[in-house]
Design a protein around this ligand. Structure first.
Ligand SMILES: [Zn+2]
Length: 263
């Protein structure tokens, strides 16, 4: 895991010396950019860093026992076994009201590299959560802070859905190109046929990177928590609110998710 995270950080141009990896499954402490990510006993970690004067001053979590096996939302943050928090400090505006969840596909090579890209101070995109293919979760922003994921968009008589929505990015390579018997993403990575979802439009086959069952299950769980916690009324895809967008694409079983969550 550490090697993978090293590679991901290198991908986004951060020097190896800038951080240390902590070998506890996915636990990673980053010294500089994008501040810090950690999982597991997160409340304790925040408390310890506050004692050392390293805590994020804008970011307060109550001291309480965290149940490790059940995911929950406390003070606009997800807590659970697979959750890592990466602070995206470029977004600071509070969301005044939220009633919509927007699902996206990253069209990227991995959850950690996509999460770091969204956290970067020099990119104009962000999201609240990135869900990886092994059901790992990265939260980048508290749910009451406005993220930049929907762009120009409209839904239910409103425009600019960033103002009223929570953005969830699902790690996925997007549409694939078939070359002979092999499948490649737009960034040149090959995917095995068992990860390919095929659609047919007007006699032309199109190929998409499939989503994993674990990714779907954890996305369902996050949406269920959000629905209860924030009274979410709408669950939409990016492609539903911005016509030029296609994500998360046909490989994502959106109707099934809506049905399960009773949207
Ligand atoms: Zn999107």
């Amino acid at each position: 895991m550490v090697a993978e995270v090293l590679a991901a950080y290198r991908d986004v141009g951060v020097c190896v010396g800038d951080f240390v990896g902590d070998v506890h499954g996915i636990d990673v402490i980053v010294r500089q950019f994008p501040f810090v990510g950690f999982a597991g006993d997160r409340a304790r970690g925040i408390r310890d860093r506050k004692k050392r004067g390293e805590g994020n001053r804008e970011f307060v979590v109550k001291e309480m026992e965290i149940k490790r096996d059940v995911m929950e939302i406390i003070e606009n943050l997800l807590f659970g076994e697979n959750v890592t928090y990466l602070q995206c400090s470029k977004c600071k505006v509070k969301l005044s009201s939220v009633d919509t969840i927007v699902l996206h596909g990253t069209v990227g090579a991995g959850a950690i590299s996509s999460a770091l890209y969204l956290c970067r101070p020099d990119t104009s995109v962000s999201a609240h959560v990135v869900v990886g293919r092994d059901a790992e979760i990265f939260q980048l922003l508290p749910f009451d802070v406005k993220a930049w994921h929907a762009g120009k968009s409209f839904h239910a008589g409103r425009v600019n859905l960033n103002d009223c929505s929570i953005g969830i990015e699902l790690d996925n390579a997007g549409e694939l190109q078939r070359v002979g018997d092999r499948y490649y993403s737009c960034f040149g990575r090959e995917y095995s046929p068992d990860q390919v979802y095929t659609t047919e439009e007007e006699g032309r086959a199109r190929y998409w990177h499939s989503f994993t069952e674990g990714q779907f299950a954890v996305t369902e769980e996050i949406c269920r928590l959000l629905k209860v916690c924030y009274g979410i009324k709408y669950l939409v895809r990016h492609s539903d609110i911005t016509p030029r967008k296609t994500d998360p694409g046909p490989a994502f079983p959106f109707d099934e998710l809506r049905k399960r969550l009773k949207f």
